[in-house]
Design a protein around this ligand. Sequence first.
Ligand code: SIN
Length: 487
Amino acid sequence: MKIIISDKDLYKTGAFINGDWVNSDDRSTYSVNNPATGEIIAEVANCGFDETTRAINAAKSAGVEWIKLSVKERASILRKWFELMLDAQEDLAQILTAEQGKPLAEARGEIAYGASFIEWFAEEGKRVYGDIIPPPANDKRVVVIKQPVGVVACITPWNFPNAMLTRKIAPALAAGCTVVCKPANATPLSALAITELASRAGVPRGVINIISGKTSEIGRALTSNPIVRKLTFTGSTPVGKKLTADCANTMKRTSMELGGNAPFIVFDDADLDAAVAGAMICKFRNVGQTCVCANRILVQESIFDEFSARFKRATEALIVGNGVDDGVTIGPLITKKAADDVMAFIDDAVSKGAKVITGGKSSSQGECFIEPTILSSVTEDMRVFQEEIFGPVAPLFSFETEEEAIKMANDTEYGLACYFYSRDIGRIWRVAEGLEYGIVGINEGIISNEMAPFGGVKESGQGREGSKYGLDDYLEIKYLCMGGLET
Ligand code: SIN
């Protein structure tokens, strides 16, 4: 094992089916690499259709008992899991940085963020209220109850291997559902480690199952099996569309948290220091590999030069390197291919006339590293305007009027997060209401937390995660019509 952790039992490489750590049926494995060094840090069970089907059956059987627990019993198991995760924060952060690359400080933050969903939904599960509706006739009563949807498939990405999973498993379990999860093959170790903690916390056998390996076989098993009643996915828009289509045949519920193309607008009345600080965290968190990262920075013309000078100074102070090293603020991209894809965005922009203000090259740190980059003289025909960059590249666009900024911001098929900086209260309301996005950060570059609804509109998906709304996606509404009553 090449990861330094104190609790060695958190390093798991099997699949977790019905409470047992198992090999794949054919005993094949796939390799997990550290993107900062390229070294292989694990060989993980390479599962496929049959193992997934067994996991689905296990989740179905386990659901029978799980739902019989009272909400308080389920809450106390979840609470215990939350506490164990925080106790293991350092080990979990080391595992996360080793497989994903983000700096340790960010990894520790992600563990706390991931755990917060478990704490939150442990409590929210106690508040699954129904309704009593005035009846149409006096001998009737109309009652609404909410029940778990059943077995849930959770497919999660590599950019937040801990938090994107807990954001799905915690509400599912709190609602009384059971889960079969497919973490990204690039980063399964975080998922496996927190599953070990869930088991120690008392989550019964079969309630959480984790499978990774042959992605298309696992996907086919999850989308075609009628036992699975819901699929929740975080990842790219093309994959989300395919999964949604594949789920249609069995009419599964779906929640899709997909790509973004976030505008970050700086108006001339903004507090510029705050705007630069917000742009830094919003653009460069996780090396720009988040779907809510600032993708297009739109700056009002009169403050463009000043903003761009300050933003350049802050960007040049970032330190690129291996996330386990002290002081590093920018880690590697997840793979060489991801780094090449980001370089292709820069090349496209430069070939069409963009100017590199800073960065613009691969970094000497290794094949997955790219220098934090700022581009100016960018135009709407460039890929950096139209597509999700998913890397440390900040294109600066200028605009003249508020109307123009809103129009540019909305000129995309995506609608996940957007941001703007202004101190004019009238403008704040106008712009917030005019932006076609699910999340609006106003004078704020970090919008994610467990208490607020996270999700997008348009081709960024549907459904909300976190918050009091996050449970709805795991509950069915049942209407009880009670007739023949004495009046
Ligand atoms: C994501 O990139 O998918 C989620 C980021 C977040 O939760 O802040």
